[in-house]
Design a binder for this molecule. Structure first.
Ligand SMILES: Cc1cc2nc3c(=O)[nH]c(=O)nc-3n(C[C@H](O)[C@H](O)[C@H](O)COP(=O)(O)O)c2cc1C
Length: 233
């Protein structure tokens, strides 16, 4: 590595912020200062986007509104209602190598939680934790205009990652939640979102509960050589 890269003053802070982000699935009941959320979203909005169109729209949900949204989603989940998704997030047909990675992650998480393979009741209960936003005091819900093309979702991903990395600068943790797009009609009804929007996902945000074993789960990553191809000559 070049010295100039190695010694850049921002390197340490930036890498620490990136590497300390993790999907946090148990939060403390401690509230988050609304001014922090506003500043974080302002910073995240500096994300790049093709032609600077900035396709992101965020609903900041806390307090009684959070509790109502949670109750409405939880009741769909507990009634066993099947997801009504506006877009596919996961592949329709799982195949190698993705299915193995998915399994390893799922089993790893359930292992930390002491949920045995085939224990449907416990896994449904754990899935239900999504709908209480893992006890986070604030949940961000993200929508995009339904007529925007696929490419704009690239821009959106950068915005979402900025939020999750930026949150670390305030000592906050996050969990991105595609599960919050499982019942988009409920989210739209609760938050007054028009039908020409797609509910993309949510991000639970708050302070990590360090005593909960679920937060010790650290899924591994594939090695560099599995995803990089060099073209040198
Ligand atoms: C867009 C997106 C949606 C996700 N949805 C959920 C979700 O609904 N529930 C959940 O517990 N984790 C969800 N995750 C978290 C992933 O499981 C997690 O990122 C992955 O296992 C890697 O772990 P890490 O984030 O702790 O590094 C989501 C992640 C992303 C990027």
């Amino acid at each position: 590595m070049k010295d100039s890269v190695n010694k850049h003053p921002l390197r340490h802070a930036v890498h620490r912020a990136i590497l300390s982000r993790k999907s946090t699935r148990a939060f403390l009941p401690k509230t988050v200062d609304p001014a922090i959320i506003d500043e974080l979203l302002q910073i995240a909005g500096s994300a790049p986007s093709g032609s600077n169109i900035q396709p992101w729209q965020v609903h900041v949900v806390s307090g009684a509104a959070r509790d109502r949204l949670s109750a409405a989603l939880l009741s769909e989940h507990e009634a066993g209602k099947p997801p009504v998704r506006e877009y596919d997030y996961y592949p329709q047909e799982w195949r190698s190598p993705y299915i193995e990675r998915r399994r390893a992650t799922g089993w790893g998480l359930y292992g930390v939680l002491g949920i045995g393979k085939g224990d449907r009741e416990a896994s449904a209960r754990q899935h239900g934790r999504n709908y209480v936003f893992f006890d986070a005091p604030v949940v961000l819900i993200f929508t995009i205009d339904a007529d925007l093309p696929f490419g704009c979702w690239l821009d959106y991903g950068m915005f979402l990652q900025n939020i999750m990395i930026g949150a670390r600068g305030y000592g906050l943790h996050t969990c991105p939640q595609a599960a919050l797009a499982n019942y988009p009609h409920i989210v739209k009804q609760q938050l007054g979102i028009a039908d020409d929007k797609i509910v993309m996902c949510g991000i639970a945000i708050g302070y990590e509960n360090p005593d909960e074993p679920v937060n010790t789960f650290q899924p591994t990553r594939i090695p560099l050589e599995d995803y990089v191809t060099y073209h040198r000559d």
